[in-house]
Design a protein around this ligand. Structure first.
Ligand SMILES: [Zn+2]
Length: 323
C-alpha cells in the first residue's frame, strides 16, 4: 500500500480500513472489519435489525441457555453467549423484573462434584454443555448478597476446566477487588460504582483482564469513564459493548457509547479496535465486513458520529481499488 490517502485512512481508523465501493449500488465509502457488540441481552432486542445498523456479531451476557442452544449458529448477527447468570440465593438479578427464572441459576455450594445439585461445577457444566463461550456471574453487593471467595473460586476453576473465561457484573464497594482475587477474566461493565486506585488498575492490567465498556448506560458515567481512562492508559484492553436490551434503545451501533469511549481517551484506531475485536471468538468474522458510506471523518473527533452510518455487508460485495 502506498497511496498517501490510504495511509492516512489507516492512521485514523486502523489497519482494517480500506477505501472501497459496493458492487451492487456503486456507493463509495470505507470498509472496516466486522463489528461486535460484546454485551447484549437478545431476549430484549430486535436481533434482525442489527446488521442494517452496523452490528455483525453479538455476545449475549445473560439469557436462557436452552434458547441459545437451539439458536442458529451461523447467522448474521453471529451470536455467542454466556447462558444464564450465575448468582447466589437472594443475589442480583434474581429480584429484577427483566430477569425471568430461566436466565439465572443459583449456586448453593462450591462443590466440584459432577451433577451435585446447586454445585458450582454442575451449573458451569450446564452452560458449557449448552454451547456457552463464557460464564457470567453477578457480583452486585450494592443490592444483595454475593459469592464468598471459596464458591467464587470454585466457579472460576470449573469454568477454566471447561476452557471458558468468566465475566462478572461488578457493582458495589470492593467488588472489582473480589473479581481480581478470584481470577475473573473480564468485567461485563467497566467499573462504575467506585473509582479504582492505581494498585487495582495495575492488577487488572497485569492480569490481562478485559472490560466491556457500557459507558452510555449510566445516568452519570464519570466514574466509569475515569476508570476506563486509567485502565487503557496503563495498557488495559476495553471492548465495545452496550448492554443493549437494558433501557429503551434502538437495535443499532450506539453512537453515544462511541462518544463516551472517545471521551475516555479510546480514540482513532483504538476506538475501532474495541469494535473489531472478535472476542470471544478467536478469529474475526470474514464473510461480512463493515461499510460506512461517504467520505471518512476528517479526524478522530468525527469518528463516532460517522460510524452511525455503518452497515454490515457481504465482504465479497466490497471492491477495493488500487491495492
Ligand atoms: Zn447486561
Amino acid at each position: 500500500m502506498s497511496h498517501p490517502d490510504a495511509e492516512a485512512l489507516q492512521a485514523l481508523l486502523g489497519r482494517t480500513a480500506r477505501f472501497c465501493r459496493r458492487g451492487q449500488t456503486g456507493d463509495v465509502g470505507t470498509a472496516l472489519a466486522a463489528f461486535t457488540d460484546h454485551h447484549v441481552h437478545l431476549h430484549l432486542v430486535d436481533e434482525h435489525a442489527l446488521p442494517a445498523h452496523g452490528v455483525a456479531a453479538v455476545v449475549d451476557l445473560g439469557g436462557d441457555p436452552a434458547f441459545f442452544a437451539r439458536h442458529p449458529k451461523d447467522g448474521i448477527p453471529h451470536v455467542a453467549y454466556a447462558g444464564a447468570f450465575l448468582t447466589v440465593p437472594g443475589g442480583y438479578p434474581s429480584f429484577e423484573s427483566w430477569a425471568p427464572p430461566q436466565i439465572m441459576r443459583i449456586v448453593t455450594s462450591p462443590s466440584n462434584a459432577p451433577g451435585a445439585s446447586g454445585g458450582a461445577r454442575t451449573l458451569v457444566d450446564e452452560m458449557a454443555d449448552a454451547g456457552a463461550s463464557v460464564v457470567k456471574i453477578a457480583l452486585n453487593r450494592a443490592v444483595g448478597p454475593v459469592f464468598d471467595i471459596a464458591t467464587l473460586q470454585a466457579v472460576v476453576d470449573a469454568a477454566h476446566g471447561r476452557s471458558l473465561p468468566v465475566i462478572a457484573h461488578v457493582e458495589g464497594d470492593g467488588m472489582t477487588r473480589l473479581a481480581l482475587d478470584a481470577g475473573i477474566d473480564l468485567l461485563a461493565h467497566a467499573p462504575f460504582s467506585e473509582p479504582l486506585d492505581e494498585e487495582l488498575i495495575a492488577r487488572a492490567v497485569g492480569a490481562g483482564q478485559r472490560w466491556i465498556s457500557t459507558l452510555a448506560i449510566h445516568a452519570d458515567p464519570a466514574i466509569a469513564i475515569s476508570n476506563v481512562t486509567a485502565f487503557t492508559a496503563a495498557g488495559g484492553r476495553v471492548l465495545y459493548g452496550t448492554d443493549l436490551g437494558n433501557g429503551n434503545r434502538p437495535s443499532a451501533l450506539d453512537v453515544a457509547e462511541l462518544h463516551a469511549l472517545h471521551t475516555a481517551g479510546v480514540r482513532g484506531p483504538a476506538l475501532i479496535a474495541t469494535l473489531t475485536d472478535p472476542w470471544p471468538r478467536p478469529e474475526p468474522e470474514t464473510g461480512v465486513a463493515t461499510f460506512v458510506p461517504g467520505p471518512p471523518p476528517k479526524g478522530p473527533d468525527g469518528i463516532a458520529a460517522w460510524l452511525g452510518g455503518a452497515v454490515v455487508v457481504p465482504a465479497e460485495e466490497l471492491i477495493t481499488d488500487g491495492e
